[in-house]
Design a protein around this ligand. Structure first.
Ligand code: ADP
Ligand code: MG
Length: 342
């Protein structure tokens, strides 16, 4: 089957353009620009990681070294957590399904967080969705529209409550047939780890943008919050909302990010674990919160839950705001409503 794949970034960090002018804009395209700002060096660089463009900006002394350190850490973590890296710890857990597998503390941490998000969202977010994603061909690129019976067989392997975590021995066991997939949370978790390196180094101003999973430290040089553009899901080239963001994270899930088209039907990569089909009610979900990992999982979960249940989830979880967009409607949670530019 011939699939069409579209890889977009859902969000653009505006500060680059708005706050710092042409030099940084050029630097953005050439990948590297250190320059002086009040005696401090700013470094901004992009690289390809996790199948997306990762853009990191750091202000302060040794910013160039710190950016490299962030990239190296993110690269290492992708090597641990990706289902598509054959010698990753996640691949090993999947290969040895049914047996206990020893993993590093960070792998254990992200799996535990994934399971917590499963419980918080009543299974709308489920890291055991891997076998269903494989059937659709998300990841391999061998796209295929499965039959109901095929989906049903795979859905029988999806249940996050069956994942066993032994913290004392740092090991994990999944049932035979189950496939772990951290694609809905790992990117956010990895962004958080990058930000942690910068906080540990006492950086006062920075951001990490991994294709729309964004975390920020501090504010722009003019002391305004960073400005984050959220794309219009109907026309991803267009910015639909601008959000101010300081010391927080924002993550967007959209149906325009990864999809294929078959017989005029569009199939995207966010799967409703209740049906095995791509969730259809909304077209884009943006979550603002304290860290990228939970925002990442929540954006996927709210996308799955749809218009009504998704809103209920956001209203129930503290310190989290959202913008939910469907083809006919927009909902902005109360904490964002006053600050969003439409
Ligand atoms: P992106 O990775 O494009 O930023 P998301 O954060 O929404 O988008 O994550 C989508 C990814 O999450 C999918 O590619 C897949 O790996 C995984 N996934 C899909 N459906 C679910 C689900 N119901 N629960 C958990 N993970 C999911
Ligand atoms: Mg997500």
């Amino acid at each position: 089957m011939n699939g069409h794949v579209n890889r977009g970034h859902s969000v653009i960090v505006f500060a680059v353009l708005v706050g710092l002018g042409l030099v940084t804009l050029l630097g953005y395209y050439f990948g590297y620009v250190p320059y002086l700002e009040a005696g401090n060096v700013t470094t901004q660089k992009s690289t390809l990681l996790m199948d997306t463009v990762v853009d990191v900006r750091v202000d302060g002394r040794e910013s160039d070294l710190l950016v490299e350190k962030v990239f190296a850490t993110m690269d290492d973590l992708e090597g641990l957590l990706s289902r598509f890296v054959p010698d990753s710890e996640i691949s090993e857990i999947n290969r040895r399904a049914g047996q206990w597998v020893k993993v590093s503390p960070l792998t254990l941490e992200v799996i535990e967080l994934g399971l917590e998000m499963g419980a918080l969202t009543d299974g709308a977010f489920d890291i055991t969705i891997g076998a269903v994603l494989e059937l659709w061909g998300f990841g391999s690129g061998q796209y295929y529209v499965p039959t109901e019976a095929e989906l049903e067989a795979r859905l029988a392997t999806v249940d996050y409550t069956k994942v066993e975590v032994d913290t004392a021995r740092s090991q994990v066991r999944i049932p035979e047939g189950t496939v772990l997939d951290l694609g809905g949370i790992a990117k956010g978790f990895i962004v958080d780890q990058g930000i942690q390196i910068l906080r540990d180094a006492k950086v006062k101003r920075a951001f990490v943008n991994a294709g729309g999973d964004i975390s920020t430290i501090g504010r722009r040089p003019d002391n305004q919050p960073w400005r984050i553009g959220v794309q219009n899901p109907e026309n991803p080239a267009e910015i639909r909302f601008i959000l101010p963001l300081a010391d927080r994270s924002v993550v967007t899930s959209g149906d325009y990010q990864r999809f294929f088209t078959y017989e005029n039907e569009r199939y995207h990569h966010i799967i409703d674990p209740r049906t095995g089909y791509p969730a259809r009610e909304v077209t884009s979900v943006t979550i603002v919160g304290d860290n990228s990992a939970t925002c990442d999982a929540l954006s996927t979960a709210v996308f799955v839950l749809g218009w009504k249940e998704g809103r209920a989830l956001i209203e129930r979880v503290p310190n989290v705001e959202a913008i939910i967009v469907s083809s006919t409607d927009v909902w902005i949670s109360s904490g964002l409503d006053q600050v969003v530019t439409r």
